[in-house]
Design a protein around this ligand. Structure first.
Ligand SMILES: NC(=O)c1ccc[n+]([C@@H]2O[C@H](COP(=O)([O-])OP(=O)(O)OC[C@H]3O[C@@H](n4cnc5c(N)ncnc54)[C@H](OP(=O)(O)O)[C@@H]3O)[C@@H](O)[C@H]2O)c1
Length: 328
């Protein structure tokens, strides 16, 4: 199956390395970064592109762009792994719409287009007989969307709860374990490369809320928006609050939860017993799905990382490839 990849950052490079190192039956015919692009319908030499990107900072021909890859490339699936713009979803949404309009499937790790334009993109995909898959947008390597779609098929999902942001979980873990202040733990998260220079989205709960919107719309098709989520971050949390929780054999975690029957759609710090399945450490993510037949299922895993996110994208790609082979 032929694929074109937009974005050669952490996720894009991870994907290319995995595709190059494993025999997955995927041929890369287009690649773009922010400054250049490459097209070859017979397959691009991945190792050469990775070296070029590392050595000179761009992947291909500077007279070509991502738009050229999307509009002219010879591919079955567009893999969209460019940065998230949570306000407009652009330019990714435009690329995705163009690809769908050309009858191409889409795999993306980009939360912007999915959180902002879910129903538009899904109906466009249906109209053109293609699919858009976005496992990597929620929970990194955790196959939560696949589990919902397949493993739990036929179940009614009653609620979903989770730790959907590894940076804030790392900060809370370090505050509880070492008695660090919020500022000290944030500094450590930055030094470890877990927090961005501007950590607002992570620590104010916005990133977790965007993922909750994606999960909710996937499960219940309700078309909720970020503004529907009640959000409290961890940035005002004190050591005293954590110490008090610890004295009761509890701890505090930033929990995203959606319970439609109770009208709950929120992200907030919650006190949980230390033995609770959602109490995971450091940058791990955890998601509990509560269902009518299977009861509660909790998935735990790495919520970010180059190879980990590539794992989710490759799962989506191979699902499309297998469906193709079955003629679906
Ligand atoms: N990293 C993770 O662990 C993780 C986990 C889950 C989801 N995600 C999501 O996955 C996406 C990619 O993440 P990342 O960590 O790989 O980001 P990143 O390291 O910042 O890389 C982004 C890549 O996109 C390229 N790019 C920017 N604008 C572009 C444009 N207009 N056209 C084509 N390429 C463009 C950049 O080009 P240059 O190289 O020229 O700058 C860069 O190669 C984001 O939406 C992120 O939220 C990431």
């Amino acid at each position: 199956m032929k694929i074109a990849i937009l974005g050669m950052g952490s996720v894009g490079r991870g994907l290319l390395e995995m595709i190059d190192g494993k025999e997955l039956g995927l041929t890369v015919t287009g690649i773009a970064d922010s400054k250049s692009a490459l097209l070859d319908p017979d397959g691009i030499h991945i190792e050469e592109v990775l070296i070029a990107k590392r050595e000179r900072g761009y992947c291909g021909d500077k007279s070509l762009s991502a738009a050229d890859v999307v509009e002219q490339g010879d591919y079955d699936v567009l893999v969209e792994v460019t940065p998230t713009d949570a306000d407009s979803g652009e330019p990714a949404t435009g690329f995705i719409k163009t690809a769908i309009g050309r009858g191409k499937h889409v795999v993306t790790s980009n939360k912007g287009p999915i959180a902002l334009h879910f129903s538009t993109l899904q109906s466009l995909a249906r109209k053109h007989g293609v699919v858009i898959r976005y496992e990597a947008t929620v929970g990194g390597a955790i196959p939560v969307l696949h589990t919902l779609e397949h493993g739990l098929a036929g179940n009614r999902v009653l609620a979903v709860y989770g730790i959907l942001n590894g940076t804030s979980n790392f900060i809370l873990t370090r505050m509880a374990a070492e008695g660090l202040t919020y500022e000290q733990a944030l500094l450590e998260a930055r030094e470890m490369g877990y927090a961005e220079a501007d950590p607002t989205y992570d620590v104010k709960g916005i990133d977790a809320a965007i993922k909750l919107v994606i999960l909710s719309n996937t499960i219940w098709k309700r078309n909720v928006k970020l503004s529907d989520v009640t959000i409290t971050g961890i940035d005002m949390l004190t050591n005293d609050a954590l110490r008090l929780a610890e004295e009761q054999h509890c701890t505090i975690r930033l929990i995203a939860e959606a319970i439609p029957e109770k009208g709950i759609l929120r992200v907030a710090p919650r006190i949980l017993p230390r033995t609770h399945p959602l109490v995971v450490e450091n940058t791990l993510n955890a998601i509990t799905i509560d269902t009518d037949m299977a009861g509660e299922i909790t998935l735990i895993g790495k919520g970010a990382g180059s190879r980990e996110t590539a794992s989710a994208c490759i799962g989506d790609l191979l699902f499309i490839k297998d469906s193709h082979a079955r003629g679906n």
